[in-house]
Design a protein around this ligand. Structure first.
Ligand code: HEC
Length: 198
């Protein structure tokens, strides 16, 4: 189970080669996504480090919740996920999950995360973490989330009737079903102050 959220764990700061073929017009925008210095590498590592406990706790909560059946586990995603995110958040650090196909419209990511989300969507094989430098000495870090077998209970093509019913009750505008194993589901995002980087 523990590897499920680790889709983005690979050798972190090697994004440069991906953009070799982009047009010159886009390059200035993309350069900010390339960790160029040791400080940038530290920030990428810091992002991964800040995210790790959130992923771990979420996975544990989800796995425990599913032991009581998928309908009961819906509340884990609905109630526990925001609680776990809030517990990982303070003035220096904000953490969340987002997607191009949202279940909860409140899970829209911060503005800076949108081009990074789009980058994953335009290259389906890209599963590397990404990083941007933000204003006010802050950084943004994202990791892609892939669909694992247990996710299909609530995000798959065919849901158990009781699950489908509960989800449509709670999320009338749900866009987050119809996924297949291995699909790109969305992102984890972390925004943090540079002075929280050691
Ligand atoms: C028991 C049902 C259930 C399972 C299993 C489940 N999810 Fe969800 N998922 C939900 C619910 C409910 C929400 C909405 C939570 C909220 O209100 O913030 C959600 C939200 C999300 C979001 C946030 C973006 C959005 O659409 O609102 C992501 C990303 C996500 N799930 C990914 C996954 C992945 C990956 C797995 C498998 C590891 C998984 N989920 C397993 C029910 C489930």
């Amino acid at each position: 189970m523990s590897g499920i959220f680790d889709a983005g764990k690979q050798e972190v700061p090697t994004l440069a080669y991906r953009y070799r073929s982009v047009t010159p017009v886009l390059l200035p925008l993309l350069v900010t996504m390339l960790p160029a210095s040791a400080a940038d590498t530290d920030s990428v590592e810091r992002g991964a480090e800040l995210l790790a406990p959130f992923k771990r706790e979420l996975m544990t909560a989800l796995t425990d919740g599913l032991a009581d059946g998928p309908v009961a586990a819906i509340d884990v995603c609905r109630i526990r996920a925001p609680e776990i995110a809030a517990a990982s958040t303070d003035d220096d650090v904000r953490i969340g999950r987002s997607s191009h196909r949202l279940r909860n419209p409140g899970n829209v990511g911060p503005e800076w995360s949108k081009p990074l989300l789009d980058a994953y969507l335009s290259d389906g094989s890209d599963r590397k973490p990404k990083f941007v430098e933000l204003a006010d000495d802050r950084y943004g870090y994202v990791e892609p989330i892939g669909v694992a077998p247990l996710c299909l209970n609530c995000h798959g093509k065919t849901l158990a009737p009781a699950v489908a019913e509960r989800i449509s009750e709670l999320y009338p505008d749900d866009e987050a079903t119809g996924y297949e194993l291995g699909d790109f589901r969305g992102i984890f995002w972390v925004e943090f102050a540079s002075d929280s980087v050691q």
